[in-house]
Design a protein around this ligand. Structure first.
Ligand SMILES: [Zn+2]
Length: 307
């Protein structure tokens, strides 16, 4: 199952309609909490995600709307006796903030956190299937965006394997080696499989336009990106290190993004339809204006092109 669960969509301060920022990505056996703002623990209760489901927490930077939910969420891991270690990533320069948030109040700590700060642009963390990669973004404090990259693979076709009489460990061998010699005849992987394009998810928060934004967004099947402002505030956006809806949409269009999720809206805008209007002028793929407590599917795997 691969989907995004939106916990909150407000930048800076929550509104009556929008909780502080917060997102969960379900990606096979990984359930990753991104940027838990204030109130994230309670927002989780309104979704099908539990604290026990979480395998990893990724924080882009230590502004409050991206991290004030850490104390409650971390304490909840212990309260619920989460049995597995939960990995945590955040900018290494913010280690003091993390230490304070982690131990913001007294609690009986039983959950195990596997803390692995991000200390360099391009840092990679190996997952069971694919890679989590951090890229430096442009914001007044140290900020990293994240992307998940699944390598291209192939899907074995049972009926073809059966036709060649390939079974058991031989299936793994032809998949791994690329061919198999059977009674004097060589069967290639291509004869018994079809290509399976890897999928990509990107999470870009709090940044002015920079190389890191494009590096993360490249060929993303699902891109979650901040669009704090509209064009009318473009100068302000540039000054404070944020994106407009139009900029985010242009990034998506130029990067071959398939499904674009805009979020992290300034509380100055009561009506988010204008974000869709301004983005639509630049991006003609799937466009989602994020709302709290909604779910966005990662689009179905791309169909491999011939040849
Ligand atoms: Zn920020």
């Amino acid at each position: 199952m691969r989907e995004l669960v939106v916990l909150g969509t407000a930048s800076q301060a929550p509104t009556r309609a929008r909780n502080h920022n917060g997102y969960v990505l379900r990606w096979d056996d990984e359930v990753i909490l991104f940027d838990p703002g204030e109130g994230s623990q309670r927002q989780l209760l309104h979704t099908t995600v539990t604290a026990t489901d979480l395998t990893r927490i990724c924080v882009t930077h230590f502004h409050g709307d991206h991290c004030l939910g850490l104390p409650g969420t971390i304490q909840r891991l212990s309260l619920d006796r989460v049995p597995h270690p939960v990995a945590v990533h955040f900018p290494a320069g913010g280690a003091d903030y993390f230490a304070r948030l982690r131990h913001a109040s007294s609690f009986h700590e039983t959950a195990e956190l596997a803390v692995e700060p991000i200390g360099a642009d391009g840092q990679r963390i190996a997952l069971r299937r694919g890679t989590l990669e951090a890229r430096r973004l442009r914001h007044p404090i140290e900020t990293y965006g994240y992307r998940l990259v699944e390598p291209d693979g192939c899907r074995m076709l049972p009926e073809r394997l059966a036709a060649y009489g390939i079974a058991g460990p031989a299936v793994g061998e032809v998949q791994r080696v690329g061919h198999l010699d059977l009674d004097g005849r060589r069967v290639t992987r291509e004869e018994v499989s079809v290509p399976r394009p890897g999928q990509r998810f990107a999470f870009v928060m709090d940044t002015g336009l920079c190389d890191g934004v494009y590096a993360l967004a490249e060929h993303a099947d699902l891109l979650v990106i901040e669009s704090t402002f509209l064009e009318s505030e473009a100068a302000l956006a540039a000054e404070v290190g944020h994106l407009t809806a139009a900029q985010a949409a242009r990034v998506a269009a130029e990067s071959g993004v398939r499904r674009l999720v805009l979020t992290h809206f300034s509380q100055r805008y009561a009506d988010t339809r204008r974000f869709a209007d301004e983005a639509r002028a630049h991006f003609d793929g799937d466009l989602v204006i994020a709302e709290d407590l909604t779910t966005v599917q990662v689009p179905p795997r791309r169909v491999p092109s011939d040849g």
